[in-house]
Design a protein around this ligand. Structure first.
Ligand code: FES
Ligand SMILES: [Fe+2]
Length: 427
């Protein structure tokens, strides 16, 4: 159970909130590169951490991410003209480049230097892994881009999707690291229909990237099979690698849109080879971590409005514990069912909620550390270059001792993806 203040600390990410300030120390995914397919294409609305923004790709192919409101009189830049290296507000023609500088102000007399005094809020962007990322924090504290393995493999090695969740980002995070639900919510669907027995050991191990969230299942011969999910601060989860030995790796990010909605990004990738039709079929048939969205939108076809198409017959027959189809829908459905902001003051957490408890503690202590002026640890270059794993070790051996052998740093990728287009200058 959390106090009201602790709950608020975790969930609120708008400008000026402690968690909002914390997350703004990191690079944040804001849209797919393909949403801005070519120079001077139409701009796209973006909402992240409670801020309404507009993204555009200028004539040089650089991505800009600016405040939606024109600094002249607050007209929406979404309706702007994207032309000749800048976005021009259609109300009175003020034009801004990707750095936010006002480069033309035709509504003022030619001798005026007013345009040099006005700028629009703009965030530096980078394109990695076919995703546009923004840095929304203090310019002086901008970290190097994190070495996330999935962003460094060629496009053929990766499959990505995203959709809006109608709940606060912490509900997604809690669910992502809540290892005991696997044996209930996903029963009948997880691991291709195999029943996943309930883990009885839960061990969070704090690391320089965040934490290893380990859940263990007893096996014959005094062994414990550990599934190691990785929390990469502030909002990434690397899913423990399971299934066939050569299976792809799954990862999620839960990015706050505002206090009552978040964007869940789902990526599957293989470090060494292109994903095959079989990989994708496996992902579709067994996992469904990717949802099917209404065309041109980030909203899943199966959603709250249609009760996630719960099939009561499948539920009653036991073919599926929930009667909802696919892990992604089950997670999203049940996390949204808590309401847009879950009231954690009325929870009753048990022993098998240990990882959820620790996830919250880790995030709260990171925010407290920031407030006390400590360095933000997971912004250090290189720390995100890790890979999730599973491992069976003897129950006599403490997990902590084995961890270095299991979670090895990822070697540099064989192929580094070339960006399709030049990216915005970061300064
Ligand atoms: S409101 Fe944008 S130029 Fe006037
Ligand atoms: Fe789940």
């Amino acid at each position: 159970m959390l106090s009201r203040e602790e709950n608020d600390l975790l969930i609120r990410t708008n400008p000026g909130t402690p968690m909002g300030r914390y997350i703004r120390h990191f690079w944040i995914p804001v849209l797919f590169s393909q949403q801005l397919p070519e120079p001077d294409c139409p701009p796209v609305r973006v909402k992240v951490l409670g801020e309404k923004l507009v993204a555009f790709r200028d004539s040089q192919g650089r991505v800009g991410l600016v405040d939606e409101r024109c600094p002249h009189r607050n007209a929406s830049m979404f309706f702007g003209r994207n032309e000749e290296s800048g976005l021009r507000c259609v109300y009175h023609g003020w034009k801004f480049d990707v750095t936010g500088r006002c480069v033309d102000m035709p509504s003022e007399p030619p001798e005026s230097n007013f345009k040099n005094k006005v700028s629009i809020e703009a965030y530096p962007c980078e394109e990695r892994g076919e995703v546009v990322w923004a840095y929304m924090g203090e310019p002086a504290k901008m970290p190097a881009f994190p070495d996330l393995e999935w962003t460094r493999v060629p496009p053929s090695h990766r499959f990505s999707s995203r959709h809006v969740m109608e709940c606060n980002w912490m509900q997604g995070m809690d669910g992502g690291f809540d290892a005991s639900h696997l044996s209930f919510l996903h029963k009948g669907d997880a691991e291709g229909g195999r029943i996943v027995d309930l883990a009885t050991e839960y061990e969070p191990i704090v690391t320089d990237f965040g934490a290893i969230m380990a859940s263990g299942r007893k096996r014959d011969g005094g062994n414990v099979h550990w599934s190691l999910d990785l929390l990469l601060l502030p909002f990434h989860k690397l899913i423990n690698r399971h299934g066939p030995p050569d299976a792809q790796i799954g990862t999620h990010m839960w990015v706050p849109i505002d206090d009552e909605t978040c964007m869940i990004w789902s990526i599957e990738y293989h470090p060494h080879r292109p994903l095959t039709d079989r990989d994708l079929a496996r992902s579709k048939k067994f996992l469904y971590i990717h949802t099917e969205n209404n065309p041109g939108s980030d909203h899943a076809v199966i959603n709250r409005a249609n009760d996630y198409m719960v099939d009561r017959e499948r539920q009653a027959s036991g073919a599926s514990f929930t009667g909802m189809k696919g892990l992604g829908i089950q997670d999203c459905g049940i996390q949204e069912s808590m309401g847009p902001i879950s009231d954690r003051t009325r929870e009753h957490l048990g022993r098998y909620d240990r990882l959820v408890i620790h996830l919250r503690r880790i995030l709260m202590s990171e925010v407290e550390g920031m407030e006390a002026g400590k360095p933000i640890k997971a912004t250090v270059p290189g720390v995100h270059a890790v890979r999730s794993a599973c491992a069976t070790i003897h129950s006599g051996e403490p997990l902590q001792n084995a961890i270095e052998k299991i979670i090895a740093p990822v070697p540099p990728p064989l192929v580094v993806e070339k960006p399709l287009l030049a990216t915005a200058e970061v300064h």
